[in-house]
Write a protein that binds this ligand. Structure first.
Ligand SMILES: *[C@@H]1O[C@H](CO)[C@@H](O)[C@H](O)[C@H]1NC(C)=O
Ligand SMILES: *[C@@H]1O[C@H](CO)[C@@H](O)[C@H](O)[C@H]1NC(C)=O
Ligand SMILES: *[C@@H]1O[C@H](CO)[C@@H](O)[C@H](O)[C@H]1NC(C)=O
Ligand SMILES: *[C@@H]1O[C@H](CO)[C@@H](O)[C@H](O)[C@H]1NC(C)=O
Ligand SMILES: *[C@@H]1O[C@H](CO)[C@@H](O)[C@H](O)[C@H]1NC(C)=O
Ligand SMILES: *[C@@H]1O[C@H](CO)[C@@H](O)[C@H](O)[C@H]1NC(C)=O
Ligand SMILES: *[C@@H]1O[C@H](CO)[C@@H](O)[C@H](O)[C@H]1NC(C)=O
Ligand SMILES: *[C@@H]1O[C@H](CO)[C@@H](O)[C@H](O)[C@H]1NC(C)=O
Length: 900
């Protein structure tokens, strides 16, 4: 990977120093100011980098300079490199000059990458929200949004204004930006960053199954021919499993060819390039040589050119259409098609050790990360795994795992996911569901009933996922386990049994969301903020405390966890199996085909397994408070909220916090005090301070709560801005990466990749202000305008032609679906606390009429439990009376069809 190239870029104005001369080792491009003395813009590029200036008449009208650079030795033709531009827009710039500049942006920002830098003199843009009250600034903002450019400078560059901007087509281009220092006599801060050119990928030697060429028919036949009962005769669990694994691996090798793993990167061939197409291209190149030699006429050559162009276009649009059709089940393909990593998270390192030594090679990084991950485990003296000879207390019922259960779970596997360390790929298991269900059921049955967990089910390959912060710091990576897929199938079966046992035994934890069916981030947020907005509406001030456990999943102590499990009343055989599954685990880090050595896992529940999260939830079941304050948990996200009008309210909250700290000490799971925050809500909040142990909690005005940005005014504006930004980034990728403008291609991509960002948990954060509602809708406007034939139609017309709803209407629909779930569906448990059926039941209207409630504040009026009631009550009886959710949706859509 080619990285870091030194570049110096300057915007020169009022500079007395003559910067615009040469600098040793750099190529200079400059444009002097037309009128007046001094000034102008210049771009210096390290002369080891291949670069070329771009000029056009339009560019000449503006005070800007442009060049393309190519990084790395090999760039394929499809990748035009990176366009760099430096601009100066004077404060008194008129509209025509601005337009000329924006046109240049559009020219350079077609399908490659670009980085546009400069001083644009828009002091009154709020870059956090991308908003401005100034008309001209608004035009500028629209122009960059239409071009899907992102502005990445977040700190003031002169005084307290952000004047110098860096606009990029893709945020990943820029790394480690620092604003600070200044150069010579300028009053502007210097902006420094690293430009990221990933071009030369190191090819990995791993060879993976090529499922496209697999003969599953033959594989099924071969597997059916094995007499498992005979083969398993006299074998213990571990031996039976090994036999099964080796047999299946061997037969798979015989029926599925392998291929070199294609890494997503610019050096690989575009996905539409078929063998046939390569021949067409060769033919065209040959025709070119012939024509140059005088062998054929220019016309004959041009015919070849046209044929080739048409074929390429056809091939591309076919690939794009296939992509769009399959987008719901496989979004990975989209990102590999547009040559972009889905997120930056996939790139690791280079790492720095504590002594400041840089580690760059994959193996070294894998070793170092594994060492780090293992260092957070809480090493306690562990009992040896019991070998199945004894079982505490009463013998419990035999666990019966049926063949049909196993087959059903195998069929549900996602064939595009990765395999675990046992090399049994989910795609193979899924294809062979019917054939292998019986031997697996037998192995599962014996494993659970004897308590023996085969070695392969206790080892994990760890994939480091970058979170945020410095890439060189190993603590900024989250270890996610890839474990045996077969074992996960068993885990799923056991999980259902465990949940059932707990429900039957009533050890239910109502504070917890994200555990059972129907509970989600959204239900968590709604339950919690229902109470909070109600407190506020009644004139109280409220304090929210966001708690953060450090390395929660990895530090769960096994001993304590098992003691708690024992009290939950789950089947003891399953309990013992879980104990043995947790103990004696090993892990190694897998990084681009390189494997570290093994390390022991002495605490924690594996992240990435099926049982991990539910075990974690069970572990924190007894985390609670005694007071009437609201506590809610979602995996390791816990928050506490309460009225904070008076000193005594504060004391109650503080007591609750003390209880939580007491719990954390008893359970050896530490809070990350630096990351625990308090947020003060309500006018005249007294801003009390709180202590977590001895640490005074930091105050925050906005907090990312389960992926939603909540701020202390609860207006949801920040969240709207964030959602719009995310959606626009993906829309930009689609515009750049997909050449088709057909609705068959763009609509499915929009629905699958863009719209979800605008609707994630939206029933909780539904916009309060018209301007925010407009901003959200604007993304859909932009998306629909990209489609061929829609350019000149009104938005309403476009929606009708494309069969889409406005986002506002979709939110109303979503509200009703949420209400249905609360009142008649899967969430009735929470629904009872959120809604009351109306007592004056009028039998002529719908039988589930809700009581309306009083409110005072706008934030309350806009909250789901208040805003949803009116429309719900207006739904006809036959809609709300639908027998299940899918029926309800059909009837609701029919009812809403007549609405605009
Ligand atoms: C590619 O990776 C291998 C092993 O990880 C390393 O030995 C080799 O030098 C790398 N090649 C390049 C061009 O970086
Ligand atoms: C399978 O996994 C991929 C990526 O991990 C996901 O996008 C897709 O929706 C999943 N498919 C199904 C059927 O769950
Ligand atoms: C493990 O637990 C002990 C006892 O509670 C604690 O003192 C220690 O700091 C923990 N170690 C780690 C690495 O968390
Ligand atoms: C299990 O271990 C105990 C001692 O810890 C031993 O007595 C017993 O024979 C072992 N059972 C099996 C089945 O290996
Ligand atoms: C699983 O074990 C139970 C009880 O030992 C037994 O009744 C059942 O037939 C077994 N099922 C399979 C598929 O082996
Ligand atoms: C912690 O909780 C335990 C049990 O609930 C109690 O006995 C103990 O006094 C508490 N400790 C503190 C410091 O509050
Ligand atoms: C609490 O803090 C906010 C800003 O964080 C401030 O506006 C307000 O005046 C403070 N309230 C009191 C009573 O100090
Ligand atoms: C849309 O309008 C523009 C100019 O107003 C025109 O050039 C273009 O051809 C129109 N497009 C369609 C599809 O009608």
């Amino acid at each position: 990977m080619a990285r870091t190239s030194v570049l110096i870029i300057l915007v020169l104005q009022k500079c007395s120093h003559d910067w615009a001369t040469g600098i040793e080792g750099y190529v200079l491009f400059r444009k002097d100011r037309n009128k007046g003395k001094g000034g102008g813009v210049a771009l210096y590029i390290n002369d080891e980098i291949e670069c070329k200036e771009i000029r056009s008449d339009e560019m000449d009208m503006t005070e800007s300079v442009w060049a393309t650079i190519k990084l790395g030795k090999k760039t394929i033709r499809a990748s035009p490199g990176i366009v760099l531009g430096v601009c100066y827009r004077p404060p008194g710039s008129n509209l025509d000059m601005d337009r000329a500049l924006f046109n240049v942006f559009n020219k350079v920002n077609t399908n490659g990458n670009c980085v546009i830098m400069g001083d644009f003199n828009f002091p009154d843009i709020d870059w956090r929200t991308s908003a401005s009250n100034n008309n001209r600034a608004q035009i500028f903002l629209d122009a960059i949004a239409d071009g899907f450019l992102q502005q990445v400078v977040a700190e003031p560059t002169r005084g307290d204004a952000i004047l110098d901007l860096v606009l990029v087509s893709n945020e990943d281009l820029i790394e480690e930006m620092v604003v600070g220092d200044n150069l010579g006599s300028s009053d502007h801060e210097l902006i420094q960053f690293k430009l990221n050119g990933r071009i030369n990928k190191n090819k990995s030697a791993t060879r993976v199954f090529d499922f496209k060429r697999a003969d599953f028919q033959k594989l099924r036949k071969l597997v059916r021919e094995v007499d498992w009962t005979e083969e398993f005769m006299g074998l213990k669990v571990e031996e039976a499993w090994d036999y099964f694994k080796l047999k299946l691996q061997k037969l798979s090798e015989a029926c599925i060819p392998r291929k070199g793993k294609k890494f997503i990167g610019r050096s690989c061939r575009p996905s539409w390039m078929s063998k046939h197409l390569r021949e067409v291209i060769k033919k065209k190149q040959k025709a070119y040589r012939e024509w140059k030699k005088g062998g054929i006429s220019k016309e004959s050559y041009l015919i070849e050119v046209r044929i080739c162009r048409d074929k390429v276009r056809q091939a591309k649009s076919q690939v794009e259409l296939d992509l769009a059709k399959g987008i719901k089940t496989n979004s990975k393909r989209f990102y590999s098609h547009i040559n972009r990593k889905k997120t930056k998270k996939e790139e690791v390192g280079p790492l720095k050790t504590e002594d400041g030594v840089e580690v760059k090679d994959n193996l070294g990084m894998a070793q170092y990360l594994n060492k780090y991950f293992a260092s957070v485990f809480n090493k306690t003296k562990e009992d040896l795994r019991d070998n199945g000879s004894m079982i505490n207390g009463n013998e419990d019922m035999e666990v019966d795992i049926t063949i049909s259960e196993v087959e059903a779970k195998l069929k549900q596997l996602n064939g595009t996911k990765s395999g675990g360390p046992d090399n049994l790929h989910p795609r193979i298991l899924k294809e062979l569901a019917q054939e292998i269900a019986s031997p697996l059921a037998r192995i599962f049955n014996e494993s659970v009933n004897s308590g023996v967990v085969p070695y392969d089910w206790r080892i994990a390959n760890i994939v480091p996922i970058f979170k945020k912060g410095k890439k060189s710091d190993p603590s900024n990576y989250r270890p996610v386990s890839l474990t045996s897929v077969v074992c996960k199938v068993l885990e799923k079966i056991l999980k259902e049994k465990v949940v059932k046992d707990i429900e039957v035994n009533g050890k239910w934890d109502k504070l917890q969301h994200g555990f059972t069916k129907g509970r989600s981030c959204q239900t968590n947020l709604i339950s919690f903020f229902e109470r909070v907005t109600d407190f506020l509406d009644k004139g109280n001030t409220v304090d929210l405390i966001y708690l953060d456990f450090s390395k929660a999943f990895d530090t769960v102590p096994h001993g304590e966890l098992l003691v708690k499990l024992d009290k939950m009343g789950i089947n003891r055989k399953i309990e013992r199996w879980i104990g043995n599954w947790l103990k004696g685990r090993l892990q190694r880090v897998l990084l681009k085909g390189e494997l570290s050595s093994w390390r022991e896992v002495t605490s924690g529940v594996p992240q990435g397994s099926v049982l991990g999260p539910i075990l974690f939830n069970l572990f924190i079941t007894d985390l609670g408070t005694k007071s009437g304050n609201v506590l809610i948990k979602f995996a390791d996200d816990t928050k506490l909220g309460g009225i904070a009008n008076l000193e005594k309210d504060r004391d109650t909250l503080q007591e609750d916090l003390d209880d939580l700290v007491n719990w954390s000490n008893r359970n050896r799971m530490k809070f990350n005090s630096e990351k625990c925050k308090v947020m003060h809500l309500g006018i005249n909040n007294k801003n009390f301070s709180y202590k977590l142990g001895t640490h005074q909690l930091e105050v925050t005005e906005e907090e990312k709560d389960l992926g939603v940005l909540v701020d202390h005014r609860m207006t949801m504006s920040c969240q709207c801005d964030m959602a719009v930004k995310k959606a626009n980034v993906i829309l930009g990728c689609i515009r750049r990466g997909i050449s088709s403008r057909d609705k068959e291609v763009l609509v499915p991509l929009y629905k699958a990749l863009v719209r979800p960002h605008l609707e994630y948990c939206v029933q909780f954060w539904s916009p309060m202000f018209k301007k925010d509602e407009f901003k959200l809708e604007q993304v859909q406007r932009r998306a629909t305008r990209m489609i061929r034939g829609m350019e000149n139609l009104s938005y309403e017309r476009r929606l009708r032609e494309l069969g889409l709803f406005s986002l506002t209407k979709r939110r109303l629909r979503g509200d009703m679906i949420a209400l249905y779930k609360y009142i008649r569906g899967i969430n009735t448990r929470e629904g009872e606390e959120l809604f009351k059926l109306s007592t004056n039941v009028d039998t002529r209207t719908n039988g589930y009429k809700l009581a309306t409630r009083k409110f005072r504040l706008e934030i309350r009026r806009r909250f789901l439990t208040i805003r949803g009631v009116k429309f719900w009550n207006s739904l006809p009886r036959e809609v709300v009376g639908a027998k299940d959710l899918s029926c309800f949706k059909i009837k609701l859509d029919k009812f809403m069809e007549e609405m605009v």
